[in-house]
Design a binder for this molecule. Structure first.
Ligand code: AP5
Ligand code: MG
Ligand code: ZN
Length: 215
């Protein structure tokens, strides 16, 4: 099952992908998580990416295309994968199509999680993140113990790009560079719209109904 979880910042891609990855036993590939791990480790890639991430801009395509090509060719992706945060531009989508064409594993579906801008701002402003990739919300999805990850026990933090001015820029970047991919995948006949405004469990159930078709 080869799926893209698509949607604006704060739509719930990461929240849903964590559970879907367990449910369907396929790897969750979040380019944002990979980049943040590189920032934490102080790698050359991380240092370069941070400049863009802190401003709410996209990291250059050539960096992301190389990264995703290596990741998709790892052996755990043979059973399929769930992409989260990639592709984000038309050149990235074209590159993905050519990478998948080489290994003859086309995408099954692009799930477009739709949430209004006001709700996105409220979600991102209250988000707390764990270095293991889990994310919580102070009001909408709180951890069992304040500021501690349910999954791994680490202390939660606020992402640098979850400050209000950066949130606004990320939404602008999404509208300009990433949103055109909705048409791109609609034209390919593989776009499925998901209403992302329900509860976490409700959205999960809706996504499972779609994904069950590709099992
Ligand atoms: P990335 O990490 O991908 O960030 P993003 O796309 O901005 O998306 P988010 O992670 O903010 O949102 P999400 O949809 O995962 O929401 P979540 O589940 O956490 O990218 C970060 C940066 O890296 C980019 O800005 C860019 O610089 C760079 N980058 C990454 N990929 C790139 C690429 N391909 N090309 C170029 N640059 C790239 O949920 C959000 C909040 O809402 C949480 O608090 C959660 O608890 C809550 N929530 C979730 N679902 C619900 C619900 N149903 N009801 C109520 N609250 C909910
Ligand atoms: Mg995310
Ligand atoms: Zn954790």
């Amino acid at each position: 099952m080869n799926i893209v979880l698509f949607g604006p910042p704060g739509a719930g891609k990461g929240t849903q992908a964590k559970e879907l990855s367990k449910q369907y036993d396929i790897p969750h590939i979040s380019t944002g998580d990979i980049l943040r791990a590189n920032v934490r480790d102080g790698t050359e890639l991380g240092m370069k990416a941070k400049e863009y991430m802190d401003k709410g801009e996209l990291v250059p395509d050539e960096v992301l295309i190389g990264l995703i090509k290596n990741r998709i060719n790892e052996s755990d992706c043979e059973v399929g994968y769930l992409l989260d945060g990639y592709p984000r531009t038309i050149p990235q989508a074209d590159a993905l199509a050519s990478i998948l064409g080489e290994i003859n594993k086309p995408l099954d579906a692009v799930l477009n999680i739709d949430v209004s801008d006001d709700e996105l701002v409220a979600r991102l402003g209250g988000r707390r993140t764990c270095s293991c990739g889990e994310s919580y919300h102070m009001k909408f999805n709180p951890p069992e113990k304040e500021d501690v990850c349910n999954a791994c026990g680490s202390e939660l933090y606020q992402r640098d790009d979850d400050k209000e001015n950066v949130i606004r820029q990320r939404l602008t970047t999404y509208n300009e560079k990433t949103k055109p991919l909705i048409n791109y995948y609609e034209n390919l006949g593989i776009l499925v719209n998901i209403d992302g405004t329900g509860t976490v469990d409700g959205v999960f159930a809706d996504i499972c109904k779609v994904m069950d078709q590709y099992k």
